[in-house]
Design a protein around this ligand. Structure first.
Ligand SMILES: [Zn+2]
Length: 239
């Protein structure tokens, strides 16, 4: 069985990570969709850095929920599997999904990279100082290793998704906890699910809803464990 799972902010919201959209997403009266941009960083790098420091802190303190656990369980039962997440947190990884079976298409919040050169490092510990760090190689400002609004998707990760899609259609494609705002999420879901099942897990309707073969209007932490049980038992039928 070949399976693609696409996840978004709704999956991590249930672990207490606020989504960008909605009133919970606001930070000190700033709209996150306007903080997560190259323009915001150019205008006020300190403000953007502080916001990401707080998000890192919140993520370190959060725990994977039943949705993350369910996707990890699926990974252990299937050989032909890829998770593409839009989430920059590490909750899927902490639930036990190996890096080679997961693509973080919007980057990793715990990576700090140079805004000018190729230098980057993994920063999991709380920041020692609150100021925006400088690159040890070229002294330019460092920034979080995430994809901001208006930026290109990382080429390597994009390639990994395309390679998986080129490997053939999926029996099951699951899109969970994402409003499918980005065109590429819809494109990948459709390309993967051609001829197979396309399951949408989201409490609200999305642009993908009318194309799905099955709709589950529930939070991911409720619906995903059930779907995964069904998929695993379908793969190992009781004789
Ligand atoms: Zn640099």
């Amino acid at each position: 069985m070949r399976v693609l799972v696409l996840t978004g902010a709704g999956v991590s919201a249930e672990s207490g990570i606020p989504t960008f959209r909605g009133k919970d997403g606001y930070w000190k009266n700033f709209d996150p969709t306007r903080l997560a941009t190259p323009e915001a960083f150019a205008r006020d790098p300190q403000l953007v850095w502080e916001w990401y420091s707080e998000r890192r802190q919140r993520i370190r303190n959060a725990r994977p929920n039943a949705a993350h656990e369910a996707v990890a369980r699926l990974t252990r039962h299937l050989g032909d599997f890829l998770l593409v997440t839009q989430n920059v947190d590490d909750l899927h990884a902490r639930a036990g999904i190996p890096a080679e079976r997961m693509v973080q298409i919007h980057g990793d919040i715990f990576v700090t990279r140079c805004s000018r050169c190729e230098f980057k490092r993994y920063d999991y510990e709380p920041e020692q100082e609150r100021a925006v760090p400088n690159c040890p190689d070229c002294h330019a400002l460092m920034r979080p290793g995430v994809v901001w609004f208006g930026e290109q998707l990382p080429w390597n990760e994009l390639k990994r998704v395309e390679n998986f899609l080129d490997g053939g259609a999926c029996d099951v494609t699951i899109v969970a906890g994402t409003t499918a705002t980005f065109g590429y999420i819809i494109d990948w879901a459709l390309q993967a699910s051609r001829g197979g099942e396309l399951i949408e897990v989201n409490p609200e309707e999305t642009p993908l809803s009318r194309l799905a073969t099955r709709l589950l209007r529930e939070p991911a932490a409720i619906a995903l464990p059930r779907i995964v049980d069904q998929l695993i038992s379908a793969r190992h039928p009781r004789l």
